[in-house]
Design a protein. Structure first.
Length: 348
């Protein structure tokens, strides 16, 4: 199986395929596996992974990589899947941005929301301060320890990072254009509580309209709702506008797949196959009625998809599902049992 996208859903698909003794190779434009979890928010806690009350995004990726290690998947990283061609035998050839060719009987698109570009605020000189005090993604929270930080935004990312950095940064200021926030209610309440005890400077009905500083950002200009002259200068070391990311499917959008609202339509009544037989789409990249863009939903879709892919690759074979508690993982359980017997023998 050729899997395009090495995020959590793509990685878990390797595990499910491995249980069926299917070999996988993954292509990803990023230089390391993990998708958004590695590239954008490795230190951000995730709360809705079954069995983990809380797990950092980066740790989730590390655990998934450990889980699929027995199946020895191949990786082509730092290359984007550009074109796809269906051969006479029904298999597919995918060519990457560097000309690398991959041939497989099944292609699985697990590219998340595609490639991302940050939504930047309309501040004329913002490009001058990029990497000099302006950041659109928080990769390493410790980088901001003891610093003054201004965050702009009203969604989950702005709220979550304001809360997280309140225990790390010297000062955190959250600026939002309205009094109401779009994020989770418990996060809004937490920010309000931290504001009351002075751990977060909450500035609503205002926006950052200017940046100042010589070689590095030194202050931001905050304009309050009302008169244009109602502005204040706020000293800061870093300005982090978190207005979300603009997703793009990239070349995949030109593969003849049925696209709806920047996502790939699939048949969720059966196997998450696209309108092209042999090409599947799982995770945030797909869409269907009732779709939830959650990692745990991507895991479910991966498991169902692999059963269908197995039947497509081996139409004359009948696979009988066995629980991993009985069958182990790809035969590795037997070697573990043998090792356990040796330990018991030595103890006796």
């Amino acid at each position: 199986m050729l899997i395009i996208g090495a995020g959590p859903t793509g990685l878990f698909a390797v595990f499910e395929a491995g249980l069926l003794k299917l070999k996988c190779h993954l292509i990803d434009a990023l230089p390391q596996p993990g998708g958004q979890c590695s590239e954008i928010y490795p230190k951000k806690p995730i709360y809705d992974i079954p069995g983990f009350p809380e797990v950092l995004a980066g740790d989730l990726v590390n655990n998934l990589m450990e889980q699929i290690k027995p199946f020895e998947p191949g990786f082509t990283l730092g290359e984007r899947a550009e074109t796809i061609e269906k051969l006479e035998d029904g298999s597919f050839v995918v060519i990457t941005s560097r000309g690398t060719k991959h041939n497989a009987p099944v292609v699985v698109i697990a590219g998340g929301l595609g490639s991302f570009e940050p939504r930047k605020p309309p501040i004329t000189n913002i490009a001058n301060y990029e990497d000099k005090g302006v950041a659109y993604i928080i990769r390493e929270p410790e980088f901001y320890r003891g610093k003054k930080v201004v965050i702009a935004g009203g969604g989950d990312s702005a709220l979550d990072w304001s809360i997280f950095l309140s225990d790390i940064a010297e000062e955190v200021t959250l600026v939002h254009r309205r009094n109401d926030f779009r994020g989770a209610l418990d996060s809004v309440e937490k920010v309000s509580e931290l504001s009351k005890i002075g751990k977060i400077n909450l500035v609503t009905e205002a926006e950052v309209v200017g940046l100042q500083g010589e070689d590095h950002l030194e202050s931001v200009v905050i304009r309050h709702k009302g008169e244009a002259s109602d502005e204040e200068i706020k000293e800061t070391d870093y300005f982090i506008p978190l207005f979300g990311l603009s997703p793009k499917l990239g070349p995949i959008a030109n593969w003849g797949l049925e696209i709806e609202k920047n996502a790939i339509k699939v048949d969720n009544s059966y196997d998450y196959q696209t309108n092209i037989p042999g090409i599947y789409a799982i995770g945030d990249v797909n869409t269907y009625r009732g779709k939830l863009k959650l990692i745990l939903c991507g895991f479910h879709e991966a498991a169902i998809m692999c059963q269908s892919a197995y039947q497509r690759i081996f139409p004359d074979k009948k696979y009988v599902m066995k629980y991993t508690t009985v069958s182990g993982v790809n035969g590795f359980d037997g070697s573990k049992k043998e090792a356990k017997r040796e330990v018991v023998k030595s103890i006796n």
